[in-house]
Design a protein around this ligand. Structure first.
Ligand code: 5GP
Length: 231
């Protein structure tokens, strides 16, 4: 199975000096932005990526929606009231925020900076409006749009998840075509038809960011120096 090779490669990520030093890349503002619709399997993909690659960490957003199922304050989200969210907007806490499905969601500067301070690549699981705001602020952000393979599959994933009431599912489906039209503004598109294939694609994108000239010349400065390459 081709994935065996990939898994091997990404397990090696954390151990080879190349990637230990890649933290420097982050300090200089490289970021990985991730986006997708609910029901695209986005959360499972991010979770699997983080399990394979410990240097990729999520940014925990604030939301005014109520917790679902086993969700914990501070882990999936910081759950706040409308008043608290208003106060945070006023205080300039957010680097981006948006109305999504009738609720508000936002990324605080601190959520990103805390991860960067830990030397992590930051994944933002946010909607398209937020992703486009992030691109304005962080020009190095990489935007990835995760698409479901079909409408039928999107609906059935939302229903199977069993976390949302029927009318919420209808609202999410209604919003979907507008959201999907935004995919053209993104750097990469991953179609989550077969989970393992989509994870392969996601890891390939992350890995490619780390091979960019700017990232490599910082992470492997000693090689560049020894080869007399001045940057
Ligand atoms: P859910 O309520 O299912 O966790 O998320 C609903 C939608 O809100 C998803 O599309 C998710 O990507 C988006 N979302 C989650 N956090 C943020 C955020 O901080 N900012 C923005 N703009 N969207 C977010």
């Amino acid at each position: 199975m081709p994935l065996v090779t990939l898994d091997g490669a990404s397990l090696a990520f954390g151990h080879v000096p190349l990637l230990d030093q890649a933290n420097l890349v982050i300090e200089r503002g490289e970021r990985i932005g991730l986006i997708g619709r609910n029901g695209t399997g986005k959360s499972s993909l991010v979770k699997a990526l983080m399990e394979l690659d410990s240097r990729v960490q999520p940014s925990v957003s604030h939301t005014t929606r109520a917790p679902r199922g086993q969700e914990k304050h501070g882990r999936e989200y910081y759950f706040v009231s409308d008043e608290e969210f208003d106060a945070m907007i006023k205080a300039g806490t957010f680097v981006e925020w948006a109305h999504v499905h009738g609720r508000r969601y936002g990324t605080s500067r601190k959520a990103i900076e805390d991860r960067i301070a830990q030397g992590s690549d930051v994944v933002l699981e946010i909607d398209w409006q937020g992703a486009l705001q992030i691109r304005q602020l962080f020009t190095n952000a990489v935007l990835i749009f995760i698409l479901p393979p079909s409408w039928e599959e999107l609906r059935s994933r939302l229903e199977r998840r069993g976390e949302d009431a029927a009318e919420i599912i209808e609202l999410r489906l209604k919003n979907a075509s507008e959201e999907m039209a935004q995919a053209q503004a993104f750097d990469f598109v991953i179609i989550n038809e077969l989970f393992e294939r989509a994870l392969f694609d996601l890891k390939a994108v992350v890995h490619a960011q780390r091979l960019k000239y700017a990232a490599q010349s910082r992470a492997r400065a000693e090689v560049f120096q020894a080869l007399h390459i001045t940057t």
